[in-house]
Design a protein around this ligand. Sequence first.
Ligand SMILES: [Zn+2]
Length: 362
Amino acid sequence: MTGVGPVTPPPAGYRRGVLRPALASLLTSAVAVSGAVLVGTHAPAEVDGEPASARTVRAADAESVLAISIDGMSVAAVRRLGRAQLPNLHRFMRAGASTTNARTEHEMTVTLPNHTGMVTGRRIDAATGGHGVTWNDERLVPATVQAAAGHDVASVFTVVDQAGGSTALFAAKTKFTLWERSWPDAIDQVVIDQDNGALVDRLVADLDEDRDFRFLHLSLPDNAGHAHGWMSRPYLRAVRQADALVGRVVGAVGSDPVRKAGTTIILTSDHGGHGPRHDDARLFDNYRIVFMARGAAVDRGVDLYEINPTHRDPGTRRTGYGARRQPVRNGMVANLALDLLDLPAVPGSELDADMDLRLTAP
Ligand SMILES: [Zn+2]
């Protein structure tokens, strides 16, 4: 199957720079003045004669956020293949803030429940405030996340949309049409293509559009894990292929200096895997995942737990939601992205709802 293409065309009269129109030109001047990227470090005291207070780019700001999820990528594979065989992922970690000991949602280690947590900032269990998406197939009933939860459920897409921004979804599995049904007006472009390379082509082409938030889902490791087993040779090859695709995306973002200066890329996974499966939420290999960020407003080469005393490295534990100091979770993607964009947290969300997960040293 070569994919079902763009399900939603960009709206006519496409909005450009509505969210924070001044920032792009500000970035341009900042780069020009210093010859270096200033976002996320210190703004100049004075630019073009204007006082710093009116020009300062807040350290917590990004112009655009790209969230990448690599379906089924296990930490064991990231460690075993190392820098030599996963040059792009390991370069990503050296260039940014990261941990190889993040956590999935507590209840389940499967794709659709975990990804829906990433964009809603909610746990899974609807009875305790979760999004309610407990299935992981193509079913059309419940038709939406809202139907699963029994009430309205906001997402990173709806918050960006309500602020006048633009969003896009690029996914390699057709089950992600759930999100399009759930937030039809808030996701401006949906591309679903099971061919991961073609999907990345579409995302790279889309980088010319002025978007505030993009979500990219890559499926290669999960597909190979189900067919051949996690840590099998075909699985490890798929992780290397995913690494190469990440390299293409990072390179494309960085090919334009203004875009590079204003973009933060977040990268995580929905779950790992063990043997031929990944659905036992009690297994360390399933619930341990990577979480990393690089780009605008991110320090280089820092460990997320070292710079976040509000969060606790869980060791080998499967920490529940009741722990005072939470581990870094994949469900923190939504509110971290909104924090970077200087927007409010997702209404009704729980994971990093205080927006205290930081990407720079205190
Ligand atoms: Zn799977």
